[in-house]
Ligand binder design. Structure first.
Ligand code: TRP
Length: 338
């Protein structure tokens, strides 16, 4: 099915990935998933659960396995249609690891040494600075180039990696002719940076302490409680001002994305009402936004056979596209055809 659609319409290709290293959060929903859904009609989208990337930090095997399934279910529950987008698991398509090795030989040690994420991660986790952490951006380059992706929707923290992918593609094309499409990152402005509810200077992520991070599958009581406790400031007016009122501004962004209301409308709505009423309203808007998603994801997770069919078909489809690129690369390099 997906094959015919992709081939007859020839839409431009999008590739993006998310690590199954933790449960999906409000940040991943508003910063990435919503955007993935919006792009899924106009583009031929490959959305990948990057389990090969996840093992650059130690994972508990049973947890890793469960989170990959959860993630597929949640992607679909958020509105991604497996008949339109290719929702697959990275380790199911061996071409990722294969092209990654090849591209290791076309990526410079110096380039990888300059990656800020590597520098960050290796200073924070001194007990496990493995070679995979260092070559992580090469695997990401392989992900993108295998599908000839033009656009790569990512968060700001991945911009440098996409630039590297472009540089490596350029270098390879310079030697062998036009093999790879040059990718560009696509960074959405709206809702792109949802901050922790406990500390508005930090991005909302799974490493946040309890209450700072809202999960897609959280129960309503948990969501409401976290919003009631969200940090604000000593003032009382609901006004958008990132520098002076980062906590309130973050809550306004969340409310705005959840309800579609503008900042002006939100200021007017809560004028004179104080933070208590505002925080309750934000919490309720997120509960309502997530309720149908959670219910749909739970139903999908109860139908394991369906999920298996989704990721199996997707892996077949992805492998066909990826192998086409890989064969071309092997030929250009001078490997003997088998
Ligand atoms: N490194 C990305 C992240 O942590 C995930 C990722 C892996 C990715 N491969 C990719 C994103 C390819 C875009 C394209 O967010």
């Amino acid at each position: 099915m997906t094959d015919t659609v992709a081939q007859t319409e020839k839409k431009p290709v999008i590739f993006s990935g998310m690590q199954p290293s933790g449960a999906l959060t409000l940040g991943s929903y508003m910063g990435a998933l919503q955007n993935w859904v919006n792009l899924s009609d106009a583009y031929d989208c490959y959305y990948c659960i990057v389990d090969l990337h996840a093992i650059t930090s130690r994972q508990e095997p049973a947890e890793l396995r469960r989170r990959c399934l959860d993630q597929i279910a949640q992607y679909i529950a958020c509105g991604l249609d497996p008949a339109k987008s290719t929702l697959f698991i990275q380790s199911h398509v061996p071409a990722h690891a294969e092209l990654s090795w090849i591209l290791n030989c076309y990526t410079m040690f110096g380039e990888l040494s300059r990656m800020t994420q590597f520098k960050d991660k290796s200073t924070r986790n001194t007990d496990n600075i493995n070679a995979g952490l260092f070559t992580y951006p090469v695997l990401m380059t392989a992900d993108i180039l295998l599908y000839q992706a033009e656009l790569v929707p990512v968060g700001d923290d991945q911009r440098q990696h996409v630039e590297l992918a472009r540089d490596v593609a350029n270098r390879f094309n310079g030697i062998y002719g036009d093999v790879f499409t040059l990718p560009k990152s696509f960074i959405p402005e709206e809702g792109a940076r949802i901050m922790s509810l406990a500390d508005s200077t930090r991005k909302m992520s799974k490493s946040e302490p309890a209450g700072g991070c809202i999960y897609l599958m959280d129960k309503p009581e948990v969501i409401l409680k976290s919003f009631k406790r969200a940090v604000t400031d000593s003032g009382g007016d609901v006004r958008y001002d990132q520098a002076e009122k980062p906590g309130v501004s973050n809550l306004m962004t969340i409310y705005s994305v959840a309800t579609g209301k503008s900042y002006d409308a939100i200021e007017a709505e809560f004028s004179g009402l104080g933070y208590g009423a505002f925080k309750t309203a934000v919490g309720e808007s997120v509960v309502e936004l997530f309720r149908p998603i959670r219910e749909k994801a739970e139903a999908l997770l109860a139908d394991k056979a369906y999920l298996v069919s989704v990721y199996t078909d997707a892996a077949d489809h992805a492998a066909r596209a990826a192998n086409k690129t890989l064969r071309k690369v092997y030929k250009k390099i001078g490997f003997v055809a088998k």
